[in-house]
Ligand binder design. Structure first.
Ligand SMILES: *Cc1c(COP(=O)(O)O)cnc(C)c1O
Length: 367
């Protein structure tokens, strides 16, 4: 039995007619860059997130970057985030000229540890960027309290958390803005690159709309220096189709995670993912923690079970950041977890047989 990490083809096959029809409509209308198909998706996604405004952009990295720029963050400013994330979170901070300041993660949930934030606040701090890692939202109440106390913006990196909830609030709807990626492998994935910013602020909405389209207030009238980060019409149309299935896909992922959890229950040497009881985890990634991870990964690959590591090197130890940021030992939970994380196959079409096969092989590999 072969178990892929992800099966985008199985998902496409299940919605092929709807998708092909939606793409054909865009081709017939020639609304390729921005336009009505993107606007329709923006409207639907706003409803889904329980948020007033959605701005479709080129990808998740630019969603983060343009949001930071729109909030006036730049040279001389500091932005607090986590090292245990995909590097894009941190690149967006660097690319607007600000300095990333890391805090460690919580050992149970792998998201920003709110108890460590205040010690990282300085007079230069402008914003906090919590990352809703693996599909579980960070502990937002204390983060929002600290932000309020110190007058900081909060930008949620929701790139792995489409539809995740914290105390019944959807990801992206709590901070000043939420940033999403629709990279093909995300829970809501385009058939190419795409991203979005969600915000309840009309002012921020207006600014980001201008920034994503060369700072235009109207065609060829450029009020600010912007960028080109428009979403493709084809991606907008595809995302509108796929959004209708997202709740169902997320519940299948939650069911699959539950099955993994039951089958692994109390297995020595395996730490299964925990979801805080106020959180609705949507399992973008189902990550175990194990010792001797690399050997286990190799044994599984020999069995045709394809796992992943998210992420093998925390950002503060990446070559790109190492000379500027404290060295090894500074963020010990992030470092320990990056040595132990093992992401198992996780997608909504995964079968019970595949799950029990994976579990059997992992338990065998460990003992
Ligand atoms: C995927 C991802 C991004 C970047 O999104 P792209 O669309 O690939 O640019 C940013 N942050 C996190 C946590 C991600 O998982």
């Amino acid at each position: 039995m072969k178990v892929p990490f992800l099966d985008l083809k199985a998902q496409y096959d299940s919605i092929k007619d709807e998708i092909n029809e939606a793409i054909q409509k865009v081709l017939d209308s020639t609304a390729f860059a921005g336009g009505p198909f993107v606007e329709e998706f923006e409207k639907q996604f706003a409803k889904f997130c329980g948020c007033k405004n959605v701005i479709g952009v080129g990808n998740g990295t630019e969603a983060l970057w343009l949001t930071l720029i729109a909030l006036g963050i730049g040279e001389g400013d500091e932005v607090i985030t986590v090292s245990n994330t995909f590097i894009a979170t941190v690149e967006a901070i660097s690319f607007c000229g600000a300095a990333p300041v890391f805090v460690d993660i919580d050992e149970n949930y792998y998201t920003m540890n709110p108890e460590l934030i205040e010690a990282a606040v300085t007079p230069r701090t402008k914003a906090i960027v919590p990352v809703h890692l693996f599909g579980q939202m960070a502990d937002m109440d204390p983060i929002m309290d600290i932000a309020k106390k110190h007058g900081l913006f909060v930008i949620e990196d929701a790139c792995q958390a489409h539809g995740a909830e914290y105390k019944d609030k959807r990801s992206g709807s709590i901070g000043d803005a939420g940033c999403f990626s629709f990279y093909p492998g995300k829970n809501l994935g385009a058939y190419g690159e795409a991203g979005a910013v969600v915000t309840n602020s009309d002012e921020l909405d207006k600014k980001i709309r201008m920034l994503r389209d060369h700072g235009q207030s109207k065609k060829y009238y450029h009020d600010i220096i912007g960028w080109n980060s428009r979403m493709d019409g084809i991606q907008g149309a595809i995302l509108s189709v796929k959004l209708k299935h997202l709740e169902e896909w997320n519940s299948s992922r939650r069911k699959n995670a539950g099955l993994y959890n039951d089958l692994f229950k109390d297995t020595p040497g395996i730490i299964i993912p925990k979801a805080a009881d106020f959180n609705k985890h949507i399992y973008h990634i189902y990550a175990l923690r194990v010792q001797h991870r690399d050997e286990i990964l190799k044994l599984l690959k020999d069995d045709d079970i394809h796992c992943g590591i998210h992420y093998p090197v925390p950002v503060h130890l990446q070559k790109a950041y190492n000379p500027t940021i404290p060295a090894k030992g500074e963020f010990s939970v992030s470092e320990k977890c990056s040595d132990e994380f093992l992401s198992l196959p996780m997608f909504s079409e995964l079968t019970e047989e595949q799950i029990s096969f994976v579990v059997r092989k992992i338990i065998k590999a460990i003992h």
